[in-house]
Write a new protein. Structure first.
Length: 161
């Protein structure tokens, strides 16, 4: 499975994105594994977070030095939603072809539960979280065919976690 798309990044640059459903640690030459996003489910609801610059999206962020992408998912979900990851599975990854570098980002599905009420994330980036009906995700973020495929796989894999 491979989906190619064009995206306008925060700097207003058009970048190519290639999404794949294979091992994100394979063929890393010239690529930087930098970010994660987690399609998190609590019961029959999906968790989305609101970032002032990026809008609504699944929780996620950067991978810290020495951290695996699985560890980054657990940390980012905890920081951005105050939820514990009970189980997770890789959906796929995307390579973002920025000028001068290729950034690799993973996409995972998680089953979560709250530690308590969400107040704020430690980096003060997330303003709000919502639990939404997964069928309504496009009202919050729309990643085109790539997003449709990721959501399809997230719902499929969620049933196996």
């Amino acid at each position: 499975m491979e989906i190619k798309s064009i995206h306008v990044n925060r700097l207003g640059q058009e970048v190519e994105i290639i999404y794949k459903e294979s091992d994100p640690l394979f063929d890393m030459e010239g690529k930087l594994l930098q970010g994660v996003h987690a399609f998190c489910f609590y019961g029959d609801k999906m968790v989305v977070v609101h970032h002032p610059k990026s809008g609504w999206m699944p929780p996620g962020g950067g991978i810290e030095p020495g951290e695996t992408y699985e560890e980054a998912v657990i940390r980012e979900v905890r920081e951005e939603t105050n939820m514990r990851v009970l189980s997770q599975s890789l959906i796929g990854f995307q390579d973002v072809y920025e000028p001068g570098r290729i950034i690799r980002q993973t996409r995972s599905v998680c089953i979560v539960e709250p530690y308590g009420d969400f107040v704020k994330d430690p980096d003060n980036e997330i303003e709000e979280i919502k639990l939404i009906d997964p069928k309504e995700y496009k009202q919050y973020f729309d990643w085109g065919k790539r997003g449709e495929r990721i959501m399809e796989r997230a719902l499929e894999l969620r049933g196996k976690l």
